[in-house]
Design a protein around this ligand. Structure first.
Ligand code: SAM
Length: 288
């Protein structure tokens, strides 16, 4: 089977199966060899690794993953792509193709079944309409992970790695940085895909912390505080938390917690670091 990753071979296989792109599935297939090599390099895959690929499409990135990893599990929602994948991956005996919705399938069970519950690497050119739920699910469901390397919208990648004070900083930056260390490995223009997406893309690498660097009394409270603080970005933190449905602290409690942190009482959420949010949550958990 010919190697994919260029426009000619991609068009050939799409025509052979009269494949029709489904917009609703965020189908933008990679057609650039250099970008594919960059993804595999950024993911740092060795023959010890088991890789979960979300949305293999016609199997372009999957071929590269099969070459470098011990095993690959490719989960694809579109059943029209399954016969194509069976052909394009026919040279490899270390791949399993699964026709499922990644947001509905129990990934923990898959890791148990396919990798003895040992940490896996997730590598994907993600469907952009569900980038955030896919990434957050991997972390919140505590999937055993040794790395996540994914192509996502450039704008989302910037938000994920943003630091306090920048316009991109928000709930997503804090949520991801709580679990992992982000690093943008490459920026990728629309002409590397077929069809071309309307936005720029980036490959982001997320290295999960083996041992959480922070002590958090109540994770649920931490995440509620983060959401409350960015729900109404222009509000002070005191008002954001005080008015947030689901949190019932008095203004005095919140002011006490801010004084304890050593920050001004009119501070906004966007100025607080992750460590400070954790300090705030740990202090407020006493009043819960
Ligand atoms: N990996 C291929 C590539 O790089 O050429 C295709 C990437 S394309 C951006 C996203 C892929 O994810 C498509 O094949 C799409 O059908 C699939 N997909 C979309 N939603 C999905 C879901 N909920 N679960 C699994 N796969 C999904």
């Amino acid at each position: 089977m010919a190697r994919l990753g260029n426009p000619k071979n991609t068009i050939e296989i799409l025509n052979k199966y009269s494949f029709v792109f489904q917009k609703k599935f965020g189908q933008n297939f990679l057609i650039d060899k250099h970008v594919l090599e960059k993804i595999v390099k950024a993911a740092d895959i060795t023959k010890d690794d088991f890789v979960l690929e979300i949305g293999p499409g016609i199997g372009t990135l999957t071929q590269y993953l099969c070459e470098s990893a011990r095993g690959v599990l490719a989960v694809e929602i579109d059943k029209m792509l399954i016969p194509i994948l069976e052909e394009t991956l026919s040279d490899y005996d270390n791949v399993t193709i699964l026709n499922e919705d990644i947001l509905k399938v129990d990934v923990n069970t898959l890791v148990k079944k396919h990798n003895n519950n040992k940490p896996i690497k997730v590598v994907a050119n993600l469907p952009y309409y569900i980038t955030t739920p896919i990434i957050m699910d991997l972390f919140e469901k505590h999937i055993p992970l040794s790395g996540v390397t994914v192509m996502i919208q450039k704008e989302v990648a910037d938000r994920i790695q943003a630091k306090p004070g920048s316009k991109d900083y928000g709930a997503l930056s804090l949520a991801v940085q709580y679990y992992a260390k982000p690093y943008i490995a490459a920026n990728v223009p629309p002409n590397c895909f077929m069809p071309r997406p309307k936005v720029g893309s980036a490959v982001i690498n997320l290295t999960p912390y083996e041992n959480p660097p922070y002590h958090v009394e109540n994770e649920g409270l931490l995440f509620s505080l983060i959401r409350a603080s960015f729900n109404q970005r222009r509000k002070t933190l005191v008002n954001g938390i005080y008015n947030y449905e689901g949190l019932s602290f008095s203004k005095d409690d919140i002011i006490n917690a801010l004084d304890n942190l050593g920050v001004t009482r009119d501070i906004r959420g966007e100025a607080l670091s992750l460590e400070q949010f954790i300090g705030l949550a740990n202090h407020l958990s006493k009043y819960n």
